[in-house]
Design a protein around this ligand. Structure first.
Ligand SMILES: Nc1nc2c(ncn2[C@@H]2O[C@H](COP(=O)(O)OP(=O)(O)OP(=O)(O)O)[C@@H](O)[C@H]2O)c(=O)[nH]1
Ligand SMILES: [Mg+2]
Length: 580
């Protein structure tokens, strides 16, 4: 490893905190990881994803796409403590890679874009963190470009997506078009960003005072819900002690009772040192994760198997409950295995270590039984399996080797790739002699093809599978389809509202008419059904749709312009949109 820092050394230090960087694609997670490494002194120069110089995204697939195609593991020290970063890919095709890792993080940073339309894409992740019970904070990145009032609206917009109250911790300070600093609402201090350095304390600008007071009051009221002493102080109109406010923030965030919202810029480093302090004070010890996963007795939470590096097959995971040393016994499903070498991982580099402390994120060689999602027991614990919910595979590709002699190599390579990527599946179709890859989306499968070529030297030909795929739905939906045309002479008007829901496999299609009061005249209803069938010939994935129930619930018509054709088109529109 490039750095001379000896992270992970023992000697009375706090346990390592593992922090997951999550959020929608392209919000700046990998850039923020880089900024954290730089601000902590782990690296001497801040690299960039765009220039291909970041510590993370070091794989050729990620470099080529200027975005993460798998998780990045990174380590740094800050004020004597050790931190492990797990940077998750945000792209839909790659997001499955980090889902298991999320479970054992002490804290997650949800990195979002300040533009509200893009910020709301964080909803699925906010919900998942709530389900998992992982404490988290929101980091509003790219703040230098945030429009006026952006942050004010943001918290309100995101609140319905979070079970816990959001607590805005900073408000932006602007000069002209740009955000150039922030006010810390707990400390009531204003700071100006200084690129690459600690922010400079400045006088609170007069125009910020009123807003600061009102946002601070809001923050204190949120905290008072969990602290009677603070509530009392507020009711008596007393200014609470800063130490009390800071202590409440740390405890409540660590216990996942509230979600702090911070702001900054990975690119310029603005707010990044403030974020480091938040991690130091508010990320809880790994004991909480150990309890959550049932690893108090000692274990390794394996979140990924990696076959791509120079070290061969490695189990990536978090050490919980007890220290782990090379040669220790790990239990999986009643079977014992001995750990091989232990490594710390920094991007695409590994550094060997004899022992890992509880809380450390490590790569372990030789544990052949390890799979993503397993908690391997150490020190006599039995270990168990943890459930990870992966997204559906919506893309398929038929592949053939360019040279016949590569066929055996291909199945070995695919076995390895599927082992490290739970979202990937492959099957051999005997009838068509095709090898079928199934993955999340086309982009995902393209990365798999790239890996086959680069890692295993296997160029393959690809084409759409000839297998007769069918598609269906997993959730119900309600949709209106309205076809309206008014271009001289006779117009066209058809309007229907349908509800769709999934049926059991093999139950086929069901159409029910629940129109009352003549919202759609009788003679047009068969046309709506024909339109629905039209849409089912080719679903959103391009395959015929099966096993769906459709109920026609409402609609409207026009005494002159309505026709069978117009209702058929309306039916098709409603069904296409509902399926999507
Ligand atoms: N202006 C600005 N751009 C940023 C900032 N942080 C990141 N970017 C840019 O945003 C783009 C995406 O950055 P990444 O760090 O790759 O984002 P990511 O969240 O890791 O993306 P995925 O891994 O694909 O989910 C790059 O072009 C970065 O240069 C920031 O603070 N300000
Ligand atoms: Mg990334």
């Amino acid at each position: 490893m490039a750095s001379t820092q000896s992270y992970g050394a023992n000697n009375g230090r706090r346990a390592t905190r593992a922090v997951a960087l999550v959020g929608p694609a392209g919000t700046g997670k990998t850039s923020l990881a880089e900024a954290l490494l730089f601000a902590s002194g782990m690296i001497a120069r801040q690299g960039s994803v765009d220039a291909g110089t970041s510590v993370g995204d070091a794989s050729p697939e990620a470099r080529a796409r200027r975005g993460s195609t798998e998780i990045n593991l990174l380590n740094f020290d800050y004020l004597g403590d050790h931190y492990a970063l797990i940077d998750l890919p945000g792209g839909a095709g790659f997001a499955a890679d980090g889902l298991a890792a999320l479970q054992s993080a002490d804290m997650a940073l949800v990195v979002i874009d300040p533009v509200p339309e893009r910020a709301v894409l964080a909803e699925p992740m906010l919900r998942r963190l709530d389900e998992l019970g992982v404490p988290h904070a929101i980091f509003v990145n790219k703040i230098e470009n945030a429009g006026a009032g952006a942050i004010r609206g943001l918290a309100a917009e995101l609140q319905p997506m979070s079970r816990e109250p959001l607590a805005l911790r900073q408000i932006p300070l602007r000069e002209g078009e740009h955000v150039t600093g922030y006010v810390d609402l707990a400390l009531e201090r204003a700071y100006r960003f200084q690129p690459g350095k600690e922010s400079l304390r400045v006088e609170m600008p007069g125009e910020a005072i009123a807003r600061e007071r009102s946002e601070r009051t809001h923050l204190l009221e949120t905290l008072a819900d969990f602290d009677d002493a603070l509530m009392e102080a507020l009711l008596m109109d007393e200014e609470p002690e800063t130490a009390l406010v800071m202590a409440d923030l740390a405890v409540d965030t660590g216990a996942n009772k509230l979600v702090p919202v911070l702001l900054g810029s990975a690119l310029t480093g603005g707010g990044v040192r403030r974020l480091l302090k938040l991690l130091r004070h508010e990320a809880p010890s790994p004991d909480a994760a150990s309890t959550r996963l049932g690893a108090e007795g000692g274990g390794l939470h394996v979140f990924k198997v990696a076959n791509g590096g120079a070290m061969g097959r490695l189990a990536l995971g978090r050490v919980l409950g007890a220290a782990l040393a090379e040669g220790d016994e790990l239990m999986a499903g009643g079977e014992a295995a001995r750990t091989g070498s232990l490594f710390f991982v920094q991007g695409d580099k590994t550094a060997k270590r004899g022992e890992a402390r509880p809380g450390d994120v490590v790569a372990v060689a030789k544990v052949e039984t390890a799979r993503a999602g397993m908690l391997l027991g150490s020190k006599g614990s039995a270990g168990h399996e943890l459930l990870v919910e992966y997204p559906a595979r919506n893309a398929a590709l038929a592949i053939t080797t360019r040279e016949r002699k590569d066929d055996v190599k291909l199945s070995t390579a695919l076995h390895r790739l599927c082992e490290e990527d739970p979202a990937l599946e492959w099957t051999q179709d005997d009838a068509s002699h095709e090898t079928i890859l199934r993955g999340i989306n086309d982009e995902h499968l393209q990365v798999v093809i790239d890996r086959l070529q680069r890692r295993y030297g296997l160029p393959v030909n690809t084409r759409p599978p000839s297998i007769a795929y069918r598609e269906s739905i997993r959730k119900g939906a309600s949709m209106r389809g309205r076809h309206k045309k008014q271009s001289g002479g006779h117009g066209q008007y058809g309007d229907c509202v349908i509800e769709i829901r999934p049926r059991e496999r093999g139950e086929g299609f069901l159409f029910e008419d629940r129109i009352t009061g003549g919202a759609i005249p009788r003679q047009y209803i068969p046309a709506v059904e024909i339109g629905i069938h039209d849409a089912m010939l080719r679903g959103p994935l391009g395959f015929p749709v099966v096993d769906v129930a459709v109920t026609l619930v409402d609609g409207s018509f026009h005494s002159v312009d309505s026709s069978e054709l117009a209702f058929r088109i309306a039916g098709r529109m409603a069904m296409s949109d509902a399926l999507a």
